[in-house]
Design a protein. Structure first.
Ligand code: GLC
Length: 504
């Protein structure tokens, strides 16, 4: 594969805890993932992105990292991780891992040393008094007091102390960590909370100094060749967002405008145009993301009256017509895969899993839930372990009881049940990813002026993608139909359906 494989890649996100359990303890792990590599190969993706796999007390699902150079024992060992990277590479699949530079864990060696010895506290933000009245992103105050009276800053949970990036030691540490994993063959990093690293007394989002860090990281990535840096940058200001993607900084960043966009023709067209206007002048490929481990699953979201996504207003429990949501999720998948750039598939999206909204409160583990006093249900509902096979839980996830309970109704959604069903979501993803590899990915697109309520464009290869967002069926443009997200009747495209065509 070329050095710029990432420009048009289809990247599958693995939330390891919930992917597949190889040792029967109810927690997904590397053994489970390795055993399912053939499934991922067959699905047709180019790369995997794994959420943090480091040793962690799991106060925030692994985003509280205790050791950046190890593997969480519940997930396996460093040797297994190295084998996994090799096996994925043998199948032609790249491996991207998460790096979490904004904060650490209270169980990390550095934080424990800081607690024991106040002279090494300047790797974090310690102070005699809270320096401001910031609230943590998960709710509650962002400052916590330690037994000797000082306070430390944590933008997320108290178990996640923020690093002090004004300290050169922190820079050195992360440069070493990048090298550590590049040496072991990883093909890239997804950078967690990438815009939050630097702090002033009054602000923590998108301070200018952060760009110096990514310029340096880019130099390191370039030394290895063919490696990619992907930013988690939630910034509505496009000009500020684009600064992260300058040619000597990050390669790509997640498109959260697209992810949050309602199922609405004008809004989708606006967001696609905005994305292209932001990316084209700097030569960075756009990314197209419908879901991840932090957001409501599309099948549920698209079935609601309000189809936007917002962290603060998750609309948990709002009525959802899941049949409608499923149809739209299929149409959205073909739309996302046809757009120019790279595309992400969050595990379970290819199975059409809905959000699990009826988890009992006592099994919820997301700190967002506890820290909001139960007012925000948090993100557990999109992290339920995958159903692989069989008629009842644990649906082939492993032999133990999964760490979050799976709905009984998921027997219809197992990978096994879908494999032989030609009309299944799984087979739609397989067919689409195969065609995408040949005809789509990196490049440009041209809007077609089409029917009023239709989103239609062509790609460099000649493929036309048409999505009907209106209430009525519309005639299809001329061409040979390659794939459609739902059944077509007499050459017309029903509402909430996408079709791919090529010139006949
Ligand atoms: C990112 C991650 C999220 C995590 C947070 C703190 O937004 O995607 O899961 O809780 O950062 O690390």
């Amino acid at each position: 594969m070329s050095q710029t494989w990432w420009r048009g890649a289809a990247i599958y996100q693995v939330y390891l805890r919930s992917f597949a359990d190889g040792n029967g303890d109810g927690i997904g792990d590397l053994a489970g993932l390795r055993s399912r590599l053939p499934y991922l190969k067959d699905l047709g993706i180019d790369a995997l992105w794994l959420n943090p796999w480091y040793p962690s007390p799991m106060a925030d699902g692994g985003y509280d990292v205790a050791d950046y150079r190890g593997i969480e024992p519940d997930f396996g060992t460093l040797t297994e991780a190295e084998r996994f990277i090799e096996e994925a590479h043998d199948l032609g699949i790249k491996v991207i891992i998460d790096v979490v530079p904004n904060h650490s864990s209270t169980e990390s060696a550095w934080f424990k040393q800081a607690l024991a010895d106040p002279s090494v506290r300047d790797r974090f933000w310690f102070s005699d008094e809270p320096l401001n009245d910031w609230q943590s992103i998960f709710g509650g105050p962002a400052w916590t007091q330690v037994p000797d009276g000082q306070w430390y800053l944590h933008l997320f949970a108290p178990e996640q102390p923020d690093f002090n990036w004004a300290n050169p030691e922190v820079h050195q540490e992360f440069e070493d960590v990048l090298r550590f994993w590049f040496e072991r063959g990883v093909d890239g990093f997804r950078i967690d909370s990438a815009a939050l690293l630097f702090k002033s007394d009054t602000a923590y989002e998108d301070l200018d100094e952060v760009h110096g860090v990514y310029r340096r990281w880019r130099e390191i990535a370039d030394e290895y060749g063919g490696r990619v840096l992907i930013g988690e940058v939630w910034l509505p200001d496009q000009e500020r967002f684009a600064r992260y993607l300058r040619p000597d900084e990050l390669h790509t960043a997640f498109n959260f405008d697209f992810l949050s966009c309602p199922w609405d023709l004008d809004e989708l067209r606006r967001v696609i145009d905005l994305t292209l206007t932001t990316h084209t002048p700097i030569g960075a490929p756009p990314t197209w993301v419908l879901s991840n481990h932090d957001v409501t699953r599309p099948v549920t979201r698209y079935g609601r009256a309000d189809t936007t996504f917002e962290h603060g207003g998750r609309l948990h429990g709002a009525p959802s017509d899941l049949e409608l949501g499923y149809r739209r999720a299929r149409a959205a998948a073909l739309l996302a895969m046809a757009l120019p750039g790279s595309v992400y598939v969050y595990q379970g999206e290819e199975l059409g899993l809905p959000e699990v909204e009826d988890l009992p409160d006592e099994v919820r583990q997301d700190p967002m839930y506890a820290r909001s006093g139960g007012t925000n249900p948090g993100r557990d509902g999109c992290r339920v372990p995958l159903p692989w096979s069989g008629e009842e839980p644990p649906f082939g996830f492993g032999t133990g009881t999964p760490w979050l309970p799976q709905p009984d109704s998921w027997h219809k959604l197992t990978a096994e049940a879908q494999r032989t069903d030609l009309g299944s979501m799984l087979n739609l993803y397989r067919s689409a990813l195969r065609l995408r590899a040949e005809l789509l990915g990196d490049g440009t697109m041209t809007w077609l002026s089409a029917e009023d309520r239709v989103l239609a464009f062509t790609r460099d290869s000649g493929l036309t993608c048409v999505t009907n967002l209106g209430p009525d069926p519309v005639p299809l443009p001329a061409g040979r139909l390659l794939l459609a997200s739902g059944p077509l009747e007499d050459g017309v495209l029903p509402p909430d359906t996408t079709a791919w065509l090529v010139p006949s």
